[in-house]
Design a binder for this molecule. Sequence first.
Ligand SMILES: NC(=O)c1ccc[n+]([C@@H]2O[C@H](COP(=O)([O-])OP(=O)(O)OC[C@H]3O[C@@H](n4cnc5c(N)ncnc54)[C@H](OP(=O)(O)O)[C@@H]3O)[C@@H](O)[C@H]2O)c1
Length: 227
Amino acid sequence: MRPFVFINVAVSADGKMDTFERKSSSISSTEDKTRVLRLRAEADAVMVGGQTLLAESPKLTVKTPELRAERVAKGLPENPMKVGVVSRADLRLDGDFMMAGPARRVIFTTSQTAPEQINLLSEHGAEVYILGEKRVDLEKALERLYQLGVRRLLVEGGGRLNFELLRLGLVDELSVYVAPKIFGGHSAPTLADGDGLVESAAKTLKLVDVRVLDETGGVLIRYQCIK
Ligand SMILES: NC(=O)c1ccc[n+]([C@@H]2O[C@H](COP(=O)([O-])OP(=O)(O)OC[C@H]3O[C@@H](n4cnc5c(N)ncnc54)[C@H](OP(=O)(O)O)[C@@H]3O)[C@@H](O)[C@H]2O)c1
């Protein structure tokens, strides 16, 4: 068993999640940021990939007090569980992923992470699971999340984690906010990177909804992922 998995990404009109500089570009409009906070508030857990985790140490919390209060009124913790998928879990202990909360923190890693680092992360309150030698076994990670009580999992990138989940058929829904700007650059990350698929293996999506979200001309597209 696995949770319902939904990916949310913000991209430029040329499909890039960031510029070639990879400095975590601001792509979302104010309206989109509000929408994403609601998505987070409705999730049991929020997952990010290793590159995003190590470079940005995102907070992944629900920033509005009203949404946190809604969760608490439903008997849920203030913030969803934060989940990192990282081959070598050399993340900063004083970064926002570890510090911002309160929130349960789960890290899926591989045997490449030094035992001393695993001890340090555990001492700082993270639950660390070793699932693989080279890369994290994503099917096992989702099974484990289900066992931990996660029924709705929001994935917030980056491109390589998104791609692997899509490739393995582990995604139920994909929401893409498209900002009216162009980043360009062959090395700039796209919403699904990794090794790519041959044409016959392309994943098929079913359009659920499309709408203009804000005055900037940002468009929100929602797809259902066909297995
Ligand atoms: N606009 C948005 O919505 C948005 C959201 C999030 C991130 N971003 C951007 O995306 C960029 C980062 O994306 P990214 O593609 O470089 O990295 P990523 O998807 O964040 O992380 C991939 C990392 O996870 C590790 N990993 C371990 N097991 C894995 C598995 N089974 N499948 C996939 N990855 C696995 C990989 O390890 P290995 O080292 O073994 O390959 C790799 O280091 C940044 O520029 C960030 O700003 C944008």
